[in-house]
Design a protein around this ligand. Sequence first.
Ligand code: HEM
Length: 135
Amino acid sequence: MDAQQIALVRASFAQVAPMSRQAASLFYDRLFEIAPPLQGLFRGDMTAQGAKLMAMLGTAVANLDRLDTIVPAVRALGARHAGYGVTPADYAPVAEALLWTLAHALGEAFTAETRAAWVEAYTILAGQMQEAEAA
Ligand code: HEM
């Protein structure tokens, strides 16, 4: 990712972070609307799960310019996801729900450029997670 894309992802995440609880709740509602069977994979408390997701996204966003430092953690996360029963096909509805949530939370601030930068960031993260799942 180039410096401008990283800046766009960081600035937009900073806008969502103060309302991370509502954002996580919007995200999971949307995900289970798009892909109802995925709900069965989530066995724990969804508020706690949302907090973990937002914290992990925060770490990833903070380190987009030094990905090598987080790749081991992202791969370990991917391996745990295989254990949760997540398959590679499940990453597409999650991306869709994430982009929908950002668009909903940010309104006009979620420009086409910002969206493209998020697609790039998600593709990199999900790619690393899936490589670990496949291993
Ligand atoms: C970039 C993509 C993703 C990120 C950053 C992410 C992040 C996380 C984090 C931080 C956790 C907490 C548990 C842990 O650390 O192992 C978690 C759990 C989980 N995630 Fe993800 N995840 C992603 C993609 C997905 C996808 C595609 C699915 C498919 C439905 C999924 C389903 C789950 C499930 C089922 C759990 C366990 C929930 C439970 O314990 O009940 N995640 N995820």
